[in-house]
Design a protein around this ligand. Structure first.
Ligand SMILES: *Cc1c(COP(=O)(O)O)cnc(C)c1O
Length: 798
């Protein structure tokens, strides 16, 4: 393997950059400056490497992939790029000669938190996978000035602080002013005919300039480099006409109105807000991206005739679905294509991934708002819908009711998912179960019309980030046993299976987990003062806070354990540390109540000498990608306890599995595939199946459980009464009266699963065997495999 640099090259580059960019010398520069200098070296190298990679691929006529997504939860880049370029030792040596530690530089980098949770992290993982698998890929998103808020917990209550990440994060971004695109909002459409030609004139609009900033993600042992193009909204300049007319204040006010578009990420996960600014953000992203894609295609090929052969555009969830009418607009209005020709190009180019079946997350825009903000796009969507509903009637003989259900515009709303499903050549879910639910349920009537469109690609994670880069102990052991080719080809982890009954290997698994737990405990003590007992079981539930994910089921069980231990102090019990980490959407009141309940319960238990040392509840503040990388290696039980049929896939489940944690979970999302791959004896499964949920739902009555089951009654009553002067009435009332995610229905099964977990854990070697089997089967959940599936089954790249 040819190294890009020797340590001497890096040393010289550092000296040059420190002087040129920062007016510093190695002797005096602080770590923060060294971090930036290292980032600049990599930034430049990756930009060159990408250029070479792209021109080579393009000269062979290679199809490009554009991945459109409102979120990319990138986390940190320095470590990822140094590892993927295999320059760890070179950087370490170069820095050591200046008395600087590479590990300390990692800590200088802020997380690029341009996403909420799983959806945004998935997009980031795919950039990594696509680079490694050498697909010519570009992600498109928004350069939010403020990413996902920083979470502080004050007396159990979540408060949000702005995430001003650009100081420190901007070293990875290269401005491309030459590729700026104008985006138009509002105004009116004038139509006229001349020489039998239909002309569209968009007048009176306001302009926003979209300026791209590029960031690169290196692949591992390849030529591949992915590009992430982030659009910043900039005022097109002062409107001189308005200015001259004396409307001084409004002319300058346009500035901040335009620039508000890329100011902040909406902090909702799996929930739509329906705000004007959010719709502006969505159109801003797609208009800039499609404009850029078309421009670039025309530069290479001079025509859009072959667009769908050379370009695949992926729409991640419905957020970027306006890309469809936007490309129609360009083909019709700017290029003069007929409707049918334009439609043929568009439908062959776009593919859509659905990420949720939950009603409150399905995007529907108010028709008046849509029309006012995007008058031409509105006209095009109306025409798409007219033709679609005519087809439904004439070609498929659908009833009026059916047509109303499938319609893109209905009841004064524009339904983004229906537009996506109708217009895209491919629709996929993100796990087998979820993809089946799309066909059987959410999009069943679409499925009946066009069954071939529906596909599955099970999610995957950037496995190198969560194993090779963040779990060196385990990585070294695996390399010693089966060689290091698994780092590139994760399916090779299967070779570990032959050590499943090798006691000495299992002992080393145990020892590594122990060290990882100690490391995490040490980190937590240093940063928060919280003391963890590494002899206890580390039981982890980290993910966004949402009722469907059922953190309150976990918490309710802890409350029940606590009460039991209090009543019978002699009960044998393996000490357990329950670790939570989750941000709640700032406006999600119930989620914030659940956080408060977990924190107050943890404090109450800490203050009770009867159980101290046996149960500990820790709520980690500001759970993010970097925290996930630190915590996963130390985790032993992976809580994946969503109500069956609600979690589309989950990817946190995969990260923890890869670190050897055993899943305690429902038969939901990708848990199903994890269960099927490791087998029943290596997974602690509990709870209702999707079918059982579907069956029970219509006549589910939590009040009955409350009345019938004394333990449940006792727990709910405790929530009402509270402790230490705090009550939890909102949670109690919700559970006892509606319990929308059927926490009480699954409670007993969950309790039994927890008992089973404790029993299994008491057999140390047996537990380590489960752990090893989980790691050995985690290869199929690598993003490298997922992007290969997309490339083959959806994008037509291979
Ligand atoms: C992986 C990840 C998620 C997704 O977790 P799920 O358990 O799949 O919901 C959310 N947030 C962060 C920071 C992650 O790294």
């Amino acid at each position: 393997m040819n190294k890009l640099f020797t340590s001497d090259d890096i040393k010289n580059k550092l000296i040059t950059i420190l002087d040129r960019e920062f007016n510093e010398t190695p002797a005096t520069a602080p770590d923060k400056i060294f971090y930036k200098a290292c980032a600049m070296i990599l930034q430049e190298v990756l930009s060159e490497k990408r250029k070479k990679f792209a021109s080579e691929k393009t000269s062979h006529g290679q199809k490009r992939v554009y991945y459109l997504c409102m979120e990319f939860l990138m986390g940190r880049s320095l470590k990822n790029n140094i590892y993927n370029l295999e320059l760890v030792d070179e950087f370490k040596t170069a820095l050591a000669s200046f008395g600087v530690k590479l590990e300390n530089l990692y800590e200088c980098e802020p997380d690029a938190g341009l996403g909420n949770g799983g959806l945004g992290r998935l997009a980031a993982c795919y950039l990594d996978g696509m680079a490694t698998q050498e697909y010519l890929a570009t992600g498109h998103s928004i350069l939010y000035e403020y990413g996902i808020f920083k979470q502080r917990i004050i007396d159990g209550w979540q408060t949000e602080l702005p995430d001003n990440w650009l100081p420190g994060g901007d070293v990875w971004l290269a401005e491309r002013l030459d590729r700026a695109v104008d985006v138009h909002f509002g105004g009116e459409i004038q139509e006229f005919w001349d020489h039998n030609y239909h002309h569209i004139n968009h007048v009176g609009y306001s302009s926003v300039k979209a300026v791209p900033y590029d960031m690169y993600v290196s692949g591992y042992r390849t030529k591949g480099v992915s590009r992430l193009r982030l659009w910043k909204a900039v005022s097109p300049g002062i409107d001189m006409e308005m200015f001259n007319k004396g409307d001084y204040v409004r002319a300058l006010g346009q500035n901040s109105y335009a620039e508000a578009i890329s100011k902040v990420l909406y902090p909702n996960d799996n929930h739509l807000e329906g705000k004007n600014l959010r719709l502006r953000q969505q159109y801003f992203l797609v208009a800039a991206s499609i404009g850029d894609i078309v421009h670039s295609h025309l530069m290479t090929y001079g025509t859009l005739e072959n667009l769908s052969e050379k370009v695949a555009i992926h729409i991640n969830d419905t957020h970027p679905v306006l890309a469809i009418p936007e490309l129609m607009r360009i083909l019709l209005d700017d290029c003069g294509y007929s409707w049918d020709k334009a439609w043929a190009i568009v439908t062959r180019t776009f593919a859509y991934t659905n990420h949720t079946v939950m009603n409150e997350a399905l995007e529907r825009w108010n028709e008046d708002l849509f029309k006012l903000l995007l008058p031409r796009i509105y006209q095009i969507v109306v025409e798409i819908n007219n033709r679609f509903t005519r087809d439904l009637f004439e070609r498929w003989h659908k009833s009026v009711d059916q047509i109303n259900r499938l319609s893109i515009i209905y009841n004064h709303e524009v339904r983004m998912a229906n537009l996506a499903v109708w217009a895209c050549h491919s629709v996929n879910g993100v796990s087998k179960l979820h993809s089946d639910i799309l066909k059987d349920d959410l999009f069943h009537e679409f499925y009946e019309i066009e069954p071939k469109k529906f596909k599955n690609v099970t999610n995957g994670i950037a496995a190198r980030r969560w194993l090779y880069q963040s779990n060196p102990g385990l990585t070294n052991l695996i390399s010693e046993l089966i060689g290091d080719s698994f780092i590139k080809h994760m399916s090779k982890l299967e070779k570990l299976k032959k050590y499943a009954d090798d006691e000495s290997v299992l002992q080393r698994f145990a020892q590594i987990k122990r060290e990882n737990k100690e490391n995490f405990a040490h980190y937590l003590k240093e940063h928060t003062g919280v003391v963890l007992n590494p002899d206890s079981i580390f039981d982890v539930q980290v993910k966004r806070l949402h009722e469907y994910k059922r953190q309150h089921l976990n918490a309710l069980h802890i409350l029940s354990l606590y009460q039991k231990l209090k009543q019978n102090p002699g009960t044998p019990f393996t000490p357990r540390t329950f670790i939570f980490g989750a941000k709640a959407a700032p406006g999600y009141y119930m989620a914030k109540q659940i956080i408060r309940f977990i924190c107050d319960l943890g404090r109450h238990i800490d203050n009770d000498p009867d159980v101290r040392g046996r149960i500990k509840v820790v709520y980690l503040e500001d759970y993010n990608v970097t925290m996930s990388e630190m915590l996963a290696p130390a985790s032993e039980i992976s809580e994946q306890i969503s109500l069956a049929g609600t979690e589309a896939s989950g990817t946190g489940n995969m990260k923890l599995m890869l670190a050897g944690a055993v899943t305690l979970g429902t038969y939901d999302g990708a848990n199903v595939e994890i269960y099927d791959s490791v087998g029943d004896e290596n997974f602690i499964r509990f709870g209702m199946s999707t079918e059982q949920v579907r069956e029970l739902k219509p006549h589910y009555n939590p009040r009955e459980l409350y009345n019938k089951n004394p333990e449940i009654k006792g727990l709910i009553d405790t929530l009402y009464k509270g402790f230490d002067g705090n009550t939890f009435e909102e949670i109690a009332t919700s559970l006892a009266t509606s319990d929308p995610y059927m926490v009480l229905a699954d409670f007993e099964a969950y309790k039994q699963a927890q008992i089973k977990a404790e029993q299994l854990y008491s057999d140390t070697l047996g537990w380590q065997r489960m752990s090893l089997i989980n790691v050995a089967n985690a290869g199929m959940f690598s993003a490298d495999r997922s992007v290969d599936d997309y490339a083959r089954d959806i994008w037509g790249l291979v």
